[in-house]
Write a protein that binds this ligand. Structure first.
Ligand SMILES: [Zn+2]
Length: 360
């Protein structure tokens, strides 16, 4: 799994230089296999690290590895940059002290406690307005006006998973649950059934939290007419004078990456979209970050990469997993048909991660 870089730059350190086991494993996974001894520890066996390797290692371990999620948003506790070289203020565990010094000297960087810009932890005006039931309707009105419609064309396929259905071969098992049983998910509420589906089968598996112990069945569904969806994954174009603190785009982005405490809001958005005549809503999967390996709310000098990326649409596409919810009972209402059902045997459920420090 080594990142081979050709031609390789000057070797500064190797994975054997580190005492912290997480740093050592990360360096071994991402460094380069090169013959010869490490100029620092003389080991011949470690993965070799150039300046670029050391910098990315520092970012993964100290920035990504100290990122904490709030109710909305997420921010790293530690940041790393060249301006802080020689002015580090972190207090790591005893076994990590020397490793920190090695990294700082090799890459000429410093690690420091980062006071995040507050938008990163949810101080976004439209998001705050959505959390207040009194101001929520005004923002929902803006959402319906500013987000575009997207079509799931007649004939397109998507998937829906069921865990332990009573009669797996029966199409009606794959319709939304009746309204009486609705109100537990991100979009459905008492009185509004929602069928959750995705064109990405792996997302369905994540979303329904399937484990290897479940009997899993997957239905392939097909649209019987064009289906009109409110597309909440669309990156909104906002004027330059709108900062992250005022951004509706950031508010919606954070809303769908939040846990179940946000469901009151998303359910109200679904109800309003239904009243406006849509058949359903497209939204970012909660698992977007995990599926695409993106760091949450990535920033450059405190500005959101999602907003300032030169190739914004491509960046958003690459970091978004689209899910949709269709209102009502689409099979019974003849909006979609069940084309096929398969049993799905999960043989592997994968996790990947990177390390961070325990104290700083
Ligand atoms: Zn070494």
């Amino acid at each position: 799994m080594s990142d081979q870089i050709e031609p390789i730059g000057e070797i500064l350190l190797c994975s054997d230089c580190f005492k912290d086991e997480g740093l050592r494993i990360d360096a071994a996974n991402h460094g380069a296999e090169q013959p010869g001894n490490c100029p620092n520890c003389q080991s011949a066996h470690g993965s070799k690290l150039t300046l670029n390797h050391v910098r990315s290692l520092a970012w993964r371990f100290f920035v990504s590895g100290t990122t904490v999620r709030g109710e909305y948003g997420a921010a790293p506790v530690i940041q790393v940059n060249e301006q802080h070289y020689g002015q580090s203020d972190i207090v790591p565990s005893a076994w990590l002290e020397n490793d920190v010094r090695l990294i700082e000297e090799a890459a000429k960087i410093g690690m420091f406690h980062y006071g995040p810009r507050l938008w990163m932890v949810g101080e976004v005006e439209p998001l705050k307005a959505l959390q207040n039931p009194i101001t929520r309707p005004q923002i929902i009105e803006r959402i319906l006006k500013e987000y575009p419609e997207s079509t799931l064309s007649v004939g397109s396929k998507f998937y829906r998973l069921r865990l332990d259905p009573e009669r797996p071969a029966d199409s009606s098992e794959y319709d939304s649950p009746p309204a009486a049983f609705s109100g537990k998910g991100r979009m459905d509420s008492p009185g509004l059934s929602v069928m959750y589906g995705s064109q990405d089968l792996d997302v369905c598996i994540h979303e329904c939290r399937a484990s290897t112990e479940d009997e899993v069945y997957v239905a392939t569904l097909k649209c019987k007419r064009d289906i009109r969806l409110l597309d909440l994954t669309h990156p909104l174009e906002e004027s330059d004078s709108v900062t992250e603190f005022e951004s509706l785009d950031m508010a919606i982005h954070m809303l769908f990456l939040a846990r179940s405490h946000s469901y009151d809001i998303t359910r109200d958005i679904a109800l309003a979209a239904k009243d406006a005549g849509y058949d359903g809503v497209i939204y970012s999967s909660f698992f977007s970050l995990i599926r695409t390996g993106t760091h949450p709310f990535e920033t450059v000098y405190g500005m959101s990469v999602r907003r300032i990326h030169p190739d914004r649409k491509q960046y958003v596409d690459a970091t978004t997993i689209r899910n949709f919810g269709l209102f009502g009972r689409p099979v019974e209402n003849d909006l979609v048909s069940v084309e096929c059902v398969n049993r799905l045997v999960l043989t592997q459920v994968g996790y990947q991660g990177n390390f961070g420090p325990v104290e700083y």
